[in-house]
Write a protein that binds this ligand. Structure first.
Ligand SMILES: *Cc1c(COP(=O)(O)O)cnc(C)c1O
Length: 405
């Protein structure tokens, strides 16, 4: 849906900018809603909190997965109901909890956080209905716990439940697990869902009353590279519907939530940068672009990783996904190509997005588009470095209107 003419026109007056296509976001939402009819979706605001993007997503009845108090507030401003705003972050200050406790559903991330929520709830003379984020005895790859800064270890969670049950100012109503982002194999995601249902069942039995929600976190990935196959959400959804039906009488009050950030917005975004200069040094041609590492850091990190290793072993989301996650599309008419280094305008040698790449000839003033720029893009920009002009964020509505933020 990338609008090349619009990009070319905007590139006449701006050196770098993002373009978000509302039609693509709506199509992605529709795909999920159709595949998972009985599931509640929560949008992970941290991947792209552009106001128009949020308006679009929340108007579709999607809830909020807030990673900070500010994201809780952005959801409230758009009339997302309290039960549909889940506040999950690995560490929250007392003031975060004080401000969030009456307006969102807090997922406590530690034993000590549960105690602090109870203390603040007591001060407010209320019973806080909360979820707990669990670090489970399984991953997307099978059984076994992995040490993590996130959540409460599953065994500790079950040890604490009877103690928490006696605390008058909190009630555990849900569980939350976010184990992995960016999985493309739907069977791995489904196996994880199966384990989640068993965990919910065990939790409900231990609690002695009906669980109100299970938030299974994210996992549904995006096909970044041209050779990636998209997640088969239709089949995944069908299988999940069967699983939900099988548990329906046993977990009668439990609403199932899936969190999603990138799936809704990643492919709806394009980054456009322009050529500021061009030079040859010791036989290599350099195309110098505006705001690469600082405007959209992920391509530069890909290049950095590629200089160290062929197969990164560490999960580095959301900074790095894969070596071939981005496509560089010069917005030029010429069929003539040349081999160049695509570099940025910062005073550091690591500001490079591609080395020895063969692309259509780019000259000063020409524009270059980078795909997959709707998620973890503008929000991750280190724009404080060298005080350059921040790339504009342009939102293109379904009827072609352009909004700037
Ligand atoms: C960031 C985050 C997500 C979003 O992950 P995506 O891969 O963008 O869908 C979901 N849940 C939690 C808890 C997160 O921190």
């Amino acid at each position: 849906m990338f609008n090349k003419n619009l990009a070319l026109n905007e590139a006449k007056t701006r050196s770098s900018f993002y373009m978000y296509e509302q039609a693509q976001i709506l199509e992605n939402i529709e795909k999920l809603k159709t595949a998972f009819p009985k599931v509640g979706f929560l949008y992970s605001l941290k991947c792209n909190p552009n106001p128009k993007v949020l308006d679009t997503i929340f108007a579709e009845g999607i809830g909020g997965d807030a990673a900070s108090l500010a994201e809780v507030m952005m959801s409230i401003e758009r009339n997302v109901p309290m039960k549909e705003i889940q506040y999950s972050a690995p560490a929250k200050s007392m003031s975060d909890i004080e401000n969030a406790i009456k307006v969102s559903t807090i997922n406590a991330d530690s034993v000590s956080e549960v105690e602090r929520i109870a203390e603040i709830a007591a001060k407010n003379e209320m019973v806080a209905e909360i979820g707990v984020r669990i670090n489970p005895n399984f991953t997307f790859n099978g059984e076994g716990i992995v040490s993590s800064k996130f959540g409460v270890d599953q065994d500790v969670f079950f040890e604490m439940l009877p103690i928490w049950a006696k605390m008058p100012n909190i009630k555990i109503v849900g569980i939350h697990v976010h184990s992995k982002s960016q999985e493309l194999d739907y069977m791995k995601i489904y196996s994880y869902y199966e384990r989640m249902f068993k965990l919910a069942m065990a939790t409900q039995t231990a609690l002695g009353y009906d669980l109100e929600f299970m938030n299974m976190g994210s996992g549904i990935g995006v096909n970044y590279a041209e050779n990636d196959a998209a997640v088969d959400v239709a089949t995944l959804g069908e299988k999940l519907m069967d699983l939900m039906a099988a548990y329906e009488t046993m977990l009668p009050s439990m609403k199932v939530y899936i969190e999603t950030g990138r799936y809704l917005v990643c492919k709806a975004g394009t980054y456009v940068t322009t050529v500021l200069d061009k030079k040859v040094s010791a036989g290599k041609t350099y195309v110098l672009l505006a705001n690469t590492l600082n405007g959209f850091i992920r391509p530069s990190i890909t290049r950095l990783v590629a200089t160290y290793t062929d197969e990164p072993k560490v999960n580095s989301e959301p900074l790095f996904t894969s070596l071939d996650a981005f496509t560089y599309l010069p917005l030029v008419e010429t069929a003539e190509t040349e081999t160049v280094n695509l570099v940025g305008n910062l005073c550091t040698a690591i500001d490079i997005i591609a080395a020895n790449i063969n692309v259509p000839v780019l000259n000063v003033g020409d524009a270059l588009a980078i795909n997959n720029a709707g998620a973890y893009a503008a929000v991750l920009s280190p724009m404080q470095f060298s005080t350059q002009v921040k790339p504009a964020e342009l939102f293109i509505s379904v009827d072609g209107e352009v909004f700037e933020y």
